[in-house]
Design a protein around this ligand. Structure first.
Ligand SMILES: Cc1cc2nc3c(=O)[nH]c(=O)nc-3n(C[C@H](O)[C@H](O)[C@H](O)COP(=O)(O)OP(=O)(O)OC[C@H]3O[C@@H](n4cnc5c(N)ncnc54)[C@H](O)[C@@H]3O)c2cc1C
Ligand code: SF4
Ligand code: SF4
Length: 431
């Protein structure tokens, strides 16, 4: 008898790892990814701590392996709508949203986008660059196919006319697919807290107050500035840069009492990267207390101080003020070592926002029947004995959708492999 398949919901690094592990053991895997491409947040990063490897250089081969593996079927631009049944025997309804482009015909040549008159901010570049209404989210996207964003399409029909492969089909309809699977793995990752909810920081009012993910795109060679670190307001190279930690994390008033667990580490990484881009830059990190846990990370922080001259200020930043003449951003803060109120001027301020659950994680949990915790992350049935089992038998979770205990990419990969093992156990007759 044929073995039941496994459904992986979310095609970020943790979902990709789970899929590859299962596929290489001979299990059929369906990957349902909501956006037009797999890759998740890791695709948006420039380099990764602590090794400073190029993020896309590690991710892209895994994305390609996943799409080429004979046991993996990718269902991108798709969502889970209904789940029935129990461990070993789930029936799942998937909505395939219309891409308005035939994935099998599109060559990714880009002629359609070159001719499309409608231009909108590019979400992959966190709104710092532009894309067309017919677009590929990023150059290494998998599948390598365009998608029409109907909200911003003026229905001029040009893309359909110029496509020599006859791949564009503006009349495409949504499709429903029914799958039979034995186990389900949830790997839907995280969103970022919106820092404009803390008005004194001026995010959304001052162009040179950016988020860490925006900075990743500004540093990245494939980003909107071609990897040149410039400040968004006037394109000048910033010489004084500050990071503010815990923006929305560890803050009961905002409902996120937890530490997001990775911001201390990635801000040290980004501070070092900035020094590589602009060697004479003055970089300061304003932190409550530095949580650089994990093997080698304290040494990483020490090197940032001694070799790169990064300044760490233990503090409570209260407000960022803006001088329209000099364009300086002043951070007003209480130094929690000297107990003094002080201020420092910067060209660019980088906010490190809390990592929060995906905005539709609650709806997905409802469809799956699984519990979520008080913040909205998927709740494991036991943090100690079953850390990747959800509260429903046969449904597992990995990566950041389990909350901040799985902070970084290595953790997400480990958990992806753990869910693959648990799913395999269920399918071959375990529990
Ligand atoms: C600014 C910044 C810098 C970072 N730097 C580093 C670093 O240097 N090193 C490091 O180790 N880590 C770093 N990280 C952390 C890293 O990004 C995460 O560890 C990693 O992305 C987690 O992977 P994931 O698969 O759990 O989630 P994600 O990467 O979020 O992927 C989840 C996927 O699921 C999809 N999805 C969401 N909802 C649904 C749904 N309902 N149905 C179907 N699909 C869905 C999403 O579109 C996405 O493709 C950084 C994070 C940030 C914010
Ligand atoms: S839709 Fe057609 S024109 Fe556009 S990238 Fe694909 S093959 Fe090229
Ligand atoms: S139909 Fe829409 S996507 Fe195609 S070229 Fe016109 S505006 Fe762009």
């Amino acid at each position: 008898m044929e073995q039941p398949a496994v459904l992986v919901v979310g095609g970020g690094i943790s979902g990709i790892q789970a899929s590859l592990d299962l596929a290489s053991r001979g299990f059929k895997v369906y990957v349902v990814e909501k956006s037009p491409s797999i890759g998740g947040r890791m695709a948006q990063l420039d380099k990764t701590f602590p090794t400073m490897d190029c993020s896309m250089c590690i991710l892209a081969p895994k994305m390609i392996d996943c799409s080429h593996h004979p046991n993996v079927q990718l269902l991108t631009y798709s969502e889970v709508k209904e789940v029935k049944g129990s461990a070993g025997n789930f029936t799942v309804k998937i909505l395939r949203k219309p891409r308005y482009v035939d994935e099998t015909k599109c060559t990714g040549c880009g002629t359609c986008a070159d001719n499309c008159p409608s231009e909108v901010p590019n979400e992959f570049d966190e709104g710092l660059g532009m894309r067309k209404a017919i677009y590929m989210p990023f150059p290494q996207a998998v599948p390598r196919a365009m998608t029409v964003d109907k909200d911003n399409c003026i229905e001029c029909g040009l893309c359909e006319k110029v496509c020599e492969a006859e791949a564009v089909s503006l009349g495409q309809e949504p499709e429903e697919v029914e799958l039979k699977v034995g186990a389900i793995i949830v790997a839907v990752g995280f969103d970022l807290f919106d820092p404009s909810q803390i008005p004194p920081y001026g995010y959304g009012r001052h162009k040179d107050v950016v988020t860490a993910l925006e900075l990743e795109r500004l540093l990245c060679a494939s980003g909107p500035t071609g990897g040149h670190l410039v400040r968004p307001s006037d394109g000048k190279i910033p010489k004084t840069i500050a990071f503010i930690q815990c923006v929305g994390s560890r803050d009961r008033r905002l409902g996120n009492a937890y530490c997001s667990s990775i911001c201390c580490k990635y801000s040290v990484k980004d501070a070092v990267l900035i020094k590589e881009h602009v060697p004479d830059a003055r970089v300061c990190i304003f932190y409550i207390d530095l949580r650089a846990f994990g093997r080698g990370f304290q040494e990483f922080v020490n090197r940032a101080k001694t070799e790169h001259g990064i300044r760490f200020i233990r503090s409570n930043p209260g407000e960022i003020t803006y001088d329209p003449v000099s364009k300086d951003l002043s951070i007003w803060y209480e130094d929690t070592v000297t107990k003094k109120i002080d201020n420092l001027k910067f060209d660019l301020v980088v906010l490190c926002p809390a990592l929060i659950p995906r905005n539709d994680a609650k709806d997905l949990a409802k469809v799956l029947g699984t519990e979520i915790d008080q913040y909205g992350f998927f709740r494991p049935s036991s943090n100690l004995s079953n850390p990747v089992d959800t509260t429903v038998s046969g449904i597992f979770a990995c990566g950041y959708c389990l909350g901040p205990k799985t902070g970084d990419i290595p953790d997400s990969i480990t958990q992806g492999s753990a869910t693959a093992s648990r799913a395999a156990e269920v399918i071959v007759g375990g529990t």
